[in-house]
Design a protein around this ligand. Structure first.
Ligand SMILES: [Zn+2]
Ligand SMILES: [Zn+2]
Length: 361
């Protein structure tokens, strides 16, 4: 049994004056029960500092109060990797997965051996035919170079993986999520590069992985069996919701709640307690039920889209724990901290970089 954050009655001002603007609302205006409910299930092993209530401006311009919770870039309680097998003889146990056409494939040696057939393109040759050795970005330098917008040609036909050990120490993400969701005036038809939300296990739930852009550079960037991989800017993040999230889930009579979407609505397992996918899900994969209100049910892992879109105005994903959340600004500038370049990556450009310049030392 993991320790969870139980009593989370945090108030702005107690959590450090630098985390809240000076004109924070009076503490009696803060819906403490809502904040407790939002933070109680987070795996405390992965929470940095103390969650707090901050003023925030959501993507549609609504000014409200948000939960601000900072999580380590790699959850210590999560099994991370493997991704790339080292030889075409490597089986699923030393390999991750790949999502294609709504299906989940083992990105094992056999898959990599078969890629020119699978993708009907003879240019795929990611292994040495004599030895079966697979080209893998097995250093920080090579993983960085292969994730560059203009992939160094020497890393074409490489299986790309970045190890957790390459991450800057202290790298974290701060999620600023509305306590009371506000429905958006216009719903974007897809999740923006700012991400889907955050799981109670402390994992970032990301927008669809731009698999086409990855493949167009003759690279394969597998996900581990939990649907995740590492981006040097944001750390470990997942593109598919699997059973890996269930251990930190909150039990409800309807389904397991896996975490919070960036608009503040709950994210639940794909299936309800009755083993059914609700029939009345909207395009965002949400619906309303008595007692819970509006919430999402995650997609099948192969879909490469954890949810379809956000019904509500979204908050912010910040790289600085005490940054100010103005989601109207980040919408104009692109994703702060960046998840994948999921939205129309320019031709030849690689995902996984974000639009943020390198972090100043
Ligand atoms: Zn439901
Ligand atoms: Zn990714």
């Amino acid at each position: 049994m993991k320790p969870y954050l139980i009593a989370a009655l945090f108030i702005a001002g107690c959590s450090g004056a630098d985390t809240a603007p000076k004109d924070s609302p009076a503490t009696d205006a803060i819906p403490k029960t809502g904040l407790t409910a939002m933070t109680a299930n987070f795996n405390i092993d992965n929470v940095i500092g103390t969650p707090s209530v901050v003023d925030c401006t959501l993507s549609g311009g609504t000014k409200t109060e948000c939960l601000s919770i900072t999580l380590a870039a790699a959850p210590p309680s999560f099994k991370i990797g493997p991704w790339c097998p080292r030889n075409i003889s490597g089986g699923p146990d030393v390999s991750g997965i790949w999502l294609e056409g709504g299906k989940v494939y083992d990105a094992d040696g056999a898959f990599i051996q078969n890629m020119s057939t699978f993708y009907k393109d003879p240019k795929w040759q990611m292994f040495d035919p004599a030895t079966g050795k697979i080209n893998v970005t097995d250093s920080k330098v090579s993983c960085e170079a292969a994730a560059r917008p203009d992939v160094d040609p020497q890393y074409q036909n490489h299986c790309v993986e970045c190890d957790v050990s390459y991450l800057e120490s202290g790298l974290s993400q701060t999620y600023v999520i509305p306590i009371m969701p506000s429905n958006a005036q216009t719903i974007s038809p897809r999740v923006s590069a700012g991400g889907v939300g955050v799981a109670f296990s402390g994992v970032r739930l990301d927008a669809s992985a731009p698999t086409d852009a990855i493949l167009s550079a003759y690279t394969l960037a597998p996900f581990d069996d939990c649907g995740g991989h590492v981006n040097l800017n944001v750390g470990y993040h997942i593109h598919a919701a699997t059973d890996c999230l269930n251990s930190a889930a909150k039990s409800t009579a309807h389904a397991l709640q896996l975490g919070l979407a960036m608009d503040g609505y709950p994210i639940m397992t794909r299936l309800t307690r009755a083993g059914q996918e609700p029939a009345d899900l909207d395009l965002c994969r949400g619906h309303e039920t008595d007692g819970i209100g509006y919430h999402y049910h995650v997609n099948d892992p192969g879909a490469n889209a954890i949810i379809g879109c956000h019904k509500g105005e979204t908050g912010c994903t910040l790289t600085e724990a005490n940054g100010t959340c103005d989601a109207t600004q980040s919408a104009r500038r692109g994703p702060p901290g960046g998840g994948d370049r999921g939205d129309r990556p320019p031709r030849g450009e690689r995902p996984e970089r974000g639009d943020r310049p390198p972090k100043p030392q």
